[in-house]
Design a protein around this ligand. Structure first.
Ligand SMILES: C[S@@+](CC[C@H](N)C(=O)[O-])C[C@H]1O[C@@H](n2cnc3c(N)ncnc32)[C@H](O)[C@@H]1O
Length: 344
């Protein structure tokens, strides 16, 4: 007959503190802030690890996926950081049935499919019949004035800027890829009492410089409308900040447009922290299409010289005075008092 061993009481188990520390440093960065807070209540060692993860999260919203860290700064309340999944570029939609996880705040830097050294992932790409990239250039001088690169000459539709893409022979340092090297200007995310988190310049940014793209989940219009309904309900109490944007690319006839929706609420980059200003702010948006990509990317450039410690803002659109529209605190002299609320 087989004898079963009595269980070892927890006090007698051989727990090496360094093993506990190593395992926790691997597992805890996958937790949400709420889960981390719960774990930190269990013992002093886990509280110490949770605290260091929180500090690391607050020191870089981009999880090392951008060229420079983008820290959170909060002197108005107790939120150390905002929680979301980081993507440097557009990404397919995630299922809401399975909560997304991303390691954030561990001792080692983040690893992901979109690492900063990689050329921006094109979600929908033009290919020829063999499945190869259908467009691209092979020139050595692209980006240089008068270089004659076919990628920069093809402007696409109205107002769409064209850059080299995945099918081109040139690399990331090509002068015709200004929006593909990640966020090269230094930024920080500052907490404001009334507007919530806000994106700030952490260096002087000259007029015309690429700042960041609006990265997030690409949604169908049906999914965007469904999500917007849910977001509107949550946002009405003022404690939730949705970041769903509708982008329209006008066809040459201007009688029709391509519409797509980018939701940076759950999955996005730091562009999700750019607040609205009724005076148009200091950023403008441009659609940038990389050669061979079907969908353009929505990119932010500085519309004027921006000083260090200045908030980065743009206009969310025209104000339609809906009864549920949120109050605007942009502080500009032409403030209309309400945030624009587009009907998705
Ligand atoms: C894309 S998010 C911007 C980041 C947001 N402040 C946050 O904390 O995550 C849009 C939300 O920010 C807030 N917001 C943006 N601009 C604002 C403004 N001028 N005045 C008041 N709230 C603003 C609103 O709650 C809006 O729904």
């Amino acid at each position: 007959m087989q004898q079963t061993q009595p269980p070892i009481p927890p006090s007698k188990r051989n727990h090496s503190p360094s093993l506990l520390f190593q395992c926790s440093d691997l597992i805890l960065p996958w937790l949400t802030p709420q889960e981390l807070a719960t774990v930190s209540l269990t013992c002093t060692a886990l509280r110490a690890i949770s605290t260091s993860i929180t500090l690391r999260r607050a020191s870089d919203a981009s999880r090392s996926l951008e060229p420079h860290p983008i820290p959170f700064r909060n002197s108005v309340d107790r939120h150390p950081y905002a929680f979301f999944i980081y993507t440097p570029s557009q990404t397919p939609p995630s299922s809401s049935r399975f909560p997304l996880r991303q390691s954030w705040g561990s001792g080692c830097s983040a690893q992901g499919p979109n690492s900063a050294g990689e050329i921006g992932v094109e979600t929908v790409r033009l290919v020829d019949e063999s499945g190869e990239g259908a467009a691209g250039c092979d020139c050595e001088t692209c980006g240089e004035e008068g270089g004659g690169c076919p990628c920069s000459e093809f402007g696409g539709f109205d107002g769409v800027v064209s850059e080299c893409g995945l099918g081109c022979g040139c690399g990331l340092d090509c002068g015709n890829r200004v929006s593909q090297r990640g966020i090269e200007v230094r930024l920080k995310i500052v907490r404001d009492k009334r507007k919530g988190w806000s994106l700030y310049a952490d260096q002087f940014i000259p007029k015309g410089r690429f700042v960041c793209e609006y990265a997030g989940e690409l949604l169908t219009t049906k999914e965007a409308r469904l999500r917007q309904q849910v977001y509107d309900e949550f946002a009405s109490d003022g404690n939730f900040s949705p970041a769903l944007l509708v982008v329209r690319e006008h066809l040459p006839s201007r009688k029709a447009c391509l519409r797509y929706n980018i939701d940076a609420t759950r999955v996005g980059n730091v562009a999700r922290f750019i607040n609205h200003s009724c005076d148009g702010g200091n950023l403008f948006t441009t659609l940038v299409r990389s050669s061979g990509a079907l969908l353009p990317r929505l990119c932010f450039f500085s519309s004027k010289d921006i000083q260090e410690d200045e908030e980065l803002t743009f206009s969310y659109g025209e104000v339609t005075l809906r009864s549920k529209g949120l109050k605007c605190f942009c502080g500009s002299s032409c403030c209309l008092g309400r945030l624009p609320a587009e009907q998705t």
